[in-house]
Write a protein that binds this ligand. Structure first.
Ligand SMILES: NC(=O)c1ccc[n+]([C@@H]2O[C@H](COP(=O)([O-])OP(=O)(O)OC[C@H]3O[C@@H](n4cnc5c(N)ncnc54)[C@H](O)[C@@H]3O)[C@@H](O)[C@H]2O)c1
Ligand SMILES: C[N+](C)(C)CCCC=O
Length: 527
């Protein structure tokens, strides 16, 4: 099952190695004091005296470390380092770049457990999922290493023996700005195609999860990348803006919410810089009565509860055909209630802690609002019905009592106009809706400003393709959900984004074409 989630033939998923087990990392035992910025080949402390921010361990609510946001001078240094690495890196052949990237992938593999554990400690997701994220990061770097030597232009014959050719050239210094739900994976999904195309990068992680991107920076450096090829600057909105406006930055690739994405686009527009925007979603999952219901239930759980429901592509609007609604709901609720919540570093845990206290409160308030919200589309004045979960959860282990846990929630009796059905909750909250006809559900599924993903479960192959053709979403799943093989493009329609990550097409978003005309005869001048 775990291999299928990555969607590609991966190495066997191993249990933690002996050395990992011997490290005995446990929740509540980690304090991070090392600097988390990295540029020009080494970790850096912030030199500017700015107020430090607390970074928390979601599993326990303890302070894990202090974030030192980078200011203008530090951003400048990181960009300068990236600019100087761009020279030699962009002149290497694809094969030479690939060799270094493959070495980085090997190093990730050898540090898999350590990276996964750090991701858990900072993000709160289960160790099982964190390992898959690290694998996805490694696979992405391997995949783009493979593509690096295939980048090529075109030769076009013109009249009289003249010709033109195109060169695929890098953009220069790319900025990556990440969200907190997949900190290490996002850093890899952005840097791998950027570096393969000959660019350098300055990456800014979310201030909520600053811990693991710097490990990737160390890994690239150890793999033999030129000093400054991949740099990490910490900070929030202010640091992000400095990067977007920086005159030596040539592209901004952003993962985060729609409102921030809009700001990024606006800032980048001042310098007419290209952007990749991987934004939010409120994706529909449609379950027809002829589905294999067992698989549909599994799909719905995968569509809603990975990473405590904090996944951009989640299929949180689950439309179930009326005839199978009762059966579906009974099974989904049974399995949701059986999800093991608790210490994310334990092998048995399937759902860890949400990323922060304010975020937990926000998700819980969506559930409260859903319960109360009356809708003109309903005969009764009641809101949604909570079939299970939606409450704060306090694990029995005393060290976890201040962690940010909640029970995964299934809401029924929802209507399309309710807030829980319209807005991205970004937590473990599934809204179940019923439908009768294909035409009706398509209209309802598409009635959103988002367009990141969508799913359909049916045994009717004709229906599956007909429905998918009409769904306005960038990633559509038939009889599965939330798999992201790195060979396949991922990204949104409508307000869910611009550009793609993963797959061959992403080369287009990290390179530019130069056309060269070659005249073999005389200039045919009109003057
Ligand atoms: N489509 C995707 O691939 C994808 C993947 C993961 C998360 N997301 C989306 O991300 C959101 C959750 O993540 P989040 O809360 O970290 O998002 P966010 O938009 O609050 O922040 C994302 C990043 O942008 C930075 N930022 C904030 N304001 C900025 C500004 N003015 N200028 C420059 N940078 C700025 C933040 O510091 C952070 O690093 C959800 O909406 C989710 O759907 C999308
Ligand atoms: C859970 N996936 C499928 C890895 C999606 C990651 C990108 C979105 O947050």
């Amino acid at each position: 099952m775990l291999r299928r989630l990555l969607g590609s033939p991966s190495r066997p998923q191993t249990a933690p190695t002996l050395s990992a087990a011997m490290r005995c990392l446990s929740s509540g035992s980690v304090d991070i004091t090392v600097p988390l910025n990295f540029w020009a080949g080494r970790r850096r402390t912030s030199q500017e005296s700015r107020e430090k921010e607390n970074v928390y361990e979601p599993a326990t609510g303890r302070v894990l470390c202090h974030l030192e946001p980078c200011g203008g001078e530090e951003v400048d240094q990181a960009v300068k380092a990236a600019k100087s690495a761009f020279g030699p890196w962009s002149k290497m052949s694809g094969m030479e770049r690939a060799r270094i990237m493959i070495e980085a992938a090997h190093l990730i593999e050898s540090r898999r457990e350590e990276i996964a554990e750090m991701e858990v400690v900072n993000n709160g997701k289960s160790i099982t999922e964190a390992r898959l994220d690290v694998d996805s990061a490694r696979l992405c770097i391997e995949y783009y290493a493979g593509l690096a030597s295939t980048l090529a232009g075109q030769h076009v014959q013109l009249s009289g023996g003249s010709f033109a050719y195109t060169r695929r050239e890098p953009l220069g210094v790319c900025v990556g700005i990440g969200a907190w739900n997949y900190p290490f994976q996002i850093a890899a999904w952005k840097s791998a195609p950027a570096l393969a195309c000959g660019n350098s990068m300055v990456f800014k992680p979310s201030p909520v999860t600053p811990v693991t991107a710097v490990l990737l920076a160390e890994i690239y450096a150890k793999a033999g990348a030129p000093e400054g090829l991949f740099n990490v600057v910490q900070g929030g909105q202010e640091t992000g803006s400095l990067l977007c406006y920086h005159p030596d930055v040539d592209k901004v690739s952003f993962t985060g919410s729609v409102p921030t994405g809009q700001k990024i686009m606006e800032m980048a527009s001042k310098g007419v810089k290209p952007v990749t925007l991987e934004l939010g979603g409120k994706s529909p999952l449609i379950i027809f009565k002829d589905s294999d219901l067992e698989n549909a239930v599994r799909g719905a759980l995968m569509a809603n509860f990975l990473t405590q429901g904090q996944v951009c592509s989640n299929g949180t609007r689950v439309y179930v055909q009326k005839d199978v609604l009762a059966e579906f709901v009974e099974e989904v609720v049974k399995r949701t209630q059986a999800i093991a919540i608790g210490d994310p570093l334990l092998e048995s845990t399937r759902m860890g802690a949400l990323v922060s206290r304010p975020h937990l409160d926000k998700v819980l308030s969506f559930v409260e609002q859903a319960k109360k919200e009356a809708s003109p589309l309903k005969c009764s004045s009641n809101g949604a019905k909570v079939l299970c979960g939606g409450e704060r959860f306090v694990p029995s282990d005393p060290k976890l009592k201040s962690g940010y846990y909640m029970t995964p929630c299934v809401l029924s009796d929802c209507t399309d106009d309710m807030t829980c059905v319209r807005e991205e909750i970004f937590g473990p909250v599934m809204s179940v809706l019923s439908f009768e006809t294909e035409q009706e559900v398509l209209q309802r599924a598409n009635n959103t400003t988002f367009g990141l993903a969508a799913g359909v479960f049916t045994r009717d192959v004709t229906r599956a393709h007909r429905v998918v053709e009409q769904l306005k979403a960038g990633s559509c799943f038939i009889n599965n959900y939330n798999i992201t093989p790195v060979e396949v493009p991922f990204g949104g329609y409508k307000m869910s984004g611009i550009g793609r990550e993963n797959g061959q097409v992403t080369v287009e978003f990290y390179s530019q074409l130069k056309t060269v005309f070659v005249e073999m005869g005389d200039v045919d001048s009109l003057f």
